[in-house]
Each structure stands twice: as C-alpha cells, then as structure tokens.
Design a protein around this ligand. Structure first.
Ligand code: UTP
Length: 307
C-alpha cells in the first residue's frame, strides 16, 4: 500500500528570523498569499498523503488553528454577503486527517522526528520540513516519486536533493553517491551524507532538500544517535547510521522547476516572497513593473550575506 502518512516537524524556534518569530511560528509566515506550512500540506496532498502528523512546540498553536474549520468565520462571510471569499478557505475542507504531538524541548530535527514515533509505529513514512516549499506555488510531486522509488527498491531511506553552487556546499548536508558519475543522475544510490563539507572535500553539489521517506528503522537509529552541537539530535546522523549499518539509501534530485524555497533565514525568505508575489495572478504584473522601477532607481545593485 502506498505511504499516505507524513510527519511535518514545525517545532523549531526560528531564531534566525527574530523578531518576526518571537510570538508566531516561522511556518506561518506568509509567502505571497499563503502561510508556508499551507504550501507544504498542499504539496503533500498532491502526492497522495492523507495523514499529516505535525510535531509542534511552544507558540505553535496557530498552525493547529489554521487547519481547523472556522465556522464562525464561514458564517460571518455568508452573513455579510462575501461568499466569494469562502474559496480562500477551501483548503479547510480537504479530506485530510491532522494529528499533533509536541516536542517538549527543542533538541533538533532528529529529536522532533523521534517525537512522532509513538504515533507512527511500525510503518514507513514521509518527513517534510514545515519551513520549506518545493517549487513555485508548491507544484511538485517529488514526494509521490520518492514513495514510488522507496517501494520499488525496498529502500530504507530516500532523500531529496537539490544541486547547489559549489561555494554553498559548506551550508548543507551533501550527498555521497555510490559512484561519482551517479551525481548527475536523477536517481542514485546514496552511500553517505557529509555534513557541511568544505568546497574541496564535498563529494557532490547535491544538498539535502527537506523531503525524506523512511522505513521505521530510522527510529532505532535516532534513539542510538548522540546529541551533537547544542545538545541537538541530528536527522543526518541517524540517516548516516542507517546507511552505515547496511540500509539501502536512494537519492533523488529535484527537477529545475522544483526549486526548494527554504524560509529559514531572511535572505531566502525575502527571495521566496518576492518570487511568489511576482507570480500572483492578480497582482504579479503590477508588482513586476513596480519592482523593475525600484531596481532601476537603485541602480540595479544586488547581493548580500546569508546566515
Ligand atoms: P531549522 O534547522 O531551520 O531550525 O529547522 P529552527 O530551530 O527552526 O530555526 P533556527 O535555526 O533557530 O533559526 C528545520 C525544520 O525543523 C523543525 C523546524 O520547525 C523546521 O520546520 N525543527 C527544528 C523542529 O521541529 N524541532 C527542532 O528542535 C528543530
């Protein structure tokens, strides 16, 4: 049976986006018209996921509210004759099931996934990071493709990767394909991951891209993974353990139209917002002209530091 369960970790503190994230989750920040996590859910639904298990934490209750049906608001829109706005709430009516558990201490992404173990039990599952959108307007079926491969190849781990410029490998977990020539393939045998390698040491330019499929043995690996820097349990370390213990790993490369929009820092958040807004069917065209003028006025200067 195809996997229909996704764990969506949304418990991180989002410190790189302070002060915006002081009292609201980064996963609820808007990108264009929708909050980030709504794109994630819509993308997963497109890939056949029906059960969504959020790992939340302090200050994240607005995520739960967002996916509830708000009858008060629906009635208000009806009573005030603004039925056309009900379309904006269509996502509430999707036949998806939502489950929530809490990560009581923010001990890293690996720990957040481990918090879902009692709910997931002994079945394979998807992990989709709640702060990353795949493709403009989340038009990607990467998860469905990953699930197919997982099942066809009887894999233990399938990881999505995005090719990044050579100088950026230092910021990501990077794939080591089984043979160097596989680094150009769409699907490859994943031998190992190297966390934030130097440009010289990087075995490829393929960076981990926020979507995974796991056999339940990942939980044992997470339980055996020691906390690293800042007391955090890293998901990458547990994946490496599964691979080192003989588990089958598959890497899948995102297609060019499936760029990853990571909302984790202001540089990438701003870029995502601008690109989605420029694609807005109603306001995109005006905005294009407006941004063009601004850029011309500023002499076209661009660039900046990323954290
Ligand atoms: P990040 O690695 O960006 O960490 O999380 P963060 O803590 O949210 O952000 P900074 O570094 O403080 O700015 C990637 C994804 O993993 C989740 C986050 O919510 C995000 O969706 N996460 C991270 C957890 O659920 N729990 C954690 O302990 C850490």
């Amino acid at each position: 049976m195809a996997i229909d369960l996704a764990v969506v970790p949304v418990a991180g503190q989002g410190t790189r986006l302070l002060p915006s994230t002081k009292s609201q989750p980064k996963e609820m920040l808007p990108v264009g018209r929708k909050p980030v996590v709504q794109y994630v859910v819509e993308e997963l639904a497109l890939s056949g996921i029906h059960r969504l298990m959020f790992v939340t934490g302090p200050g994240k209750v607005s995520i739960e509210n967002h996916f509830d049906t708000n009858w008060e608001l629906i009635n208000f829109l009806r009573e005030t004759g603004r039925e056309e706005l009900l379309e904006e709430l269509d996502f509430e009516r999707r036949s998806l099931e939502y489950f929530y558990t809490r990560q009581r201490r923010q001990l890293g992404l690996g720990h957040a996934v481990l918090c879902a173990k009692p709910l997931v039990g002994d079945q394979p599952f998807v992990v989709a990071l709640g702060d990353s959108i795949i493709g403009v307007n989340a038009q990607s079926d990467i998860v469905a493709r990953m699930v197919d491969r997982f099942e066809q190849e009887a894999a233990d781990v399938v990881v999505a990767f995005e090719e990044v410029p050579a100088q950026e490998v230092v910021r990501y977990g990077i794939a080591r394909p089984a043979t160097p020539d596989q680094a150009t393939e769409e699907v490859f045998e994943l031998a190992d991951l190297v966390e934030k390698p130097s440009v010289e040491e990087a075995p490829s330019r393929l960076a981990v891209a926020a979507r995974y499929v796991f056999a339940p043995r990942i939980f044992e690996a997470l339980e055996a993974t020691e906390a690293g820097k800042g007391g955090e349990i890293q998901l990458t370390d547990a994946i490496r353990k599964v691979l080192a213990d003989g588990g089958r790993g598959i890497g899948m490369r995102l297609q060019p139209q499936e760029r990853r929009f990571d909302i984790g820092n202001f540089g990438s958040y701003f870029r995502a917002f601008i690109e989605f807004a420029l694609n807005d069917p109603r306001y995109g065209e005006d905005l294009r002209a407006f941004v063009g003028e601004l850029v011309d006025d500023a002499g076209g200067s661009a660039g900046g530091e990323e954290d």
